[in-house]
Design a protein around this ligand. Structure first.
Ligand code: ADP
Length: 200
C-alpha cells in the first residue's frame, strides 16, 4: 500500500545517500556552493596609497572615482619619512579622516614597508594611482610593473582627475601657502586652515 511509485524513487533523500557514489556527488555540490558563496561574499577592495602631504581636491576626486568601482577604498598613508613631509604622519591621518574618511566606503589607514605586502594583508586586489600628466607616467609605470613583479595578484589601476585638478599637487599647494597665496580652491577647508597655521 505504502509502496512508492518506482519512477520517483530516485528523488527520496534516503535513496540519494544509499550508494557511495551519490555521497561523493553530494559533497562535490556542497563544495561548489561553498566556493561560490565565498567568492560572492568577497569584498572588492582597493588601496589608494600616497604621502597625502596634505590631501588636496585632486586626491579627493580620485577617491570619489575609485569608490564607485570598488566595495571599499583604503586610503593608505605611507610612512616614508625620506620625503621629509611638511605634516607629521598623525596630522596627515587626521586631515584625511576629517575629509576622505567621511565618505561612504572609504577607510583611512597607514602602512610601512612594501605596498604589495600591505595590499595582501588587506586582501585588496587593486592599487589605485592618479595620473595627471605625461610627467607622472614614467614613474607610475615603473612602480606598477615592479609591484606586479612582486605580486602578480595585485593590479594597478590609473584614474584621471577632472581637468581642473590635473595641475594640482600637494607640493604646489604647499608652495602657494608658503608664499602667502590663497589655497582655498585647491584643498578642503580644514587643510587650508592647517596650512595657514603652518605658514601664518
Ligand atoms: P606619492 O608620494 O605617492 O606621489 P601623493 O600624495 O603625492 O603621494 O599622491 C598619491 C597619488 O595621488 C599619486 O598616484 C598621485 O599621482 C595622485 N595624485 C596626486 N595629486 C593628484 C591630482 N591633482 N589629481 C590626480 N591624482 C593625483
Amino acid at each position: 500500500m505504502t509502496k512508492s511509485i518506482p519512477r520517483f524513487r530516485h528523488l527520496s533523500i534516503r535513496a540519494y545517500f544509499v550508494n557511495r557514489h551519490s555521497w561523493f556527488v553530494f559533497l562535490l555540490n556542497a563544495l561548489f556552493i561553498f566556493q561560490f558563496l565565498c567568492e560572492f561574499s568577497k569584498m572588492r577592495r582597493a588601496i589608494y596609497p600616497g604621502s597625502f602631504d596634505p590631501i588636496t581636491n585632486g586626491h579627493l576626486d580620485v577617491i570619489e572615482r575609485a569608490r564607485k568601482l570598488f566595495d571599499e577604498v583604503v586610503v593608505a598613508v605611507a610612512h616614508n619619512d625620506e620625503k621629509q613631509p611638511l605634516f607629521s604622519l598623525k596630522d596627515r591621518l587626521d586631515l584625511l579622516r576629517e575629509t576622505a574618511g567621511k565618505i561612504d566606503n572609504v577607510r583611512i589607514a597607514e602602512f610601512e614597508g612594501l605596498l604589495v605586502e600591505f595590499a595582501r594583508k588587506e586582501e585588496a586586489g587593486a592599487v589605485i594611482r592618479g595620473l595627471r600628466a605625461v610627467s607622472d607616467f614614467e614613474f607610475e609605470f615603473q612602480m606598477a610593473l615592479m609591484n606586479r613583479k612582486l605580486d602578480s595578484a595585485v593590479e594597478t589601476i590609473f584614474l584621471m582627475p577632472k581637468e581642473e585638478y590635473t595641475y594640482l599637487s600637494s607640493r604646489i599647494v604647499k608652495e602657494i601657502a608658503r608664499l602667502g597665496g590663497d589655497v582655498s580652491g585647491f584643498v578642503p577647508a580644514c587643510v587650508a586652515k592647517a596650512l595657514s597655521r603652518k605658514f601664518g
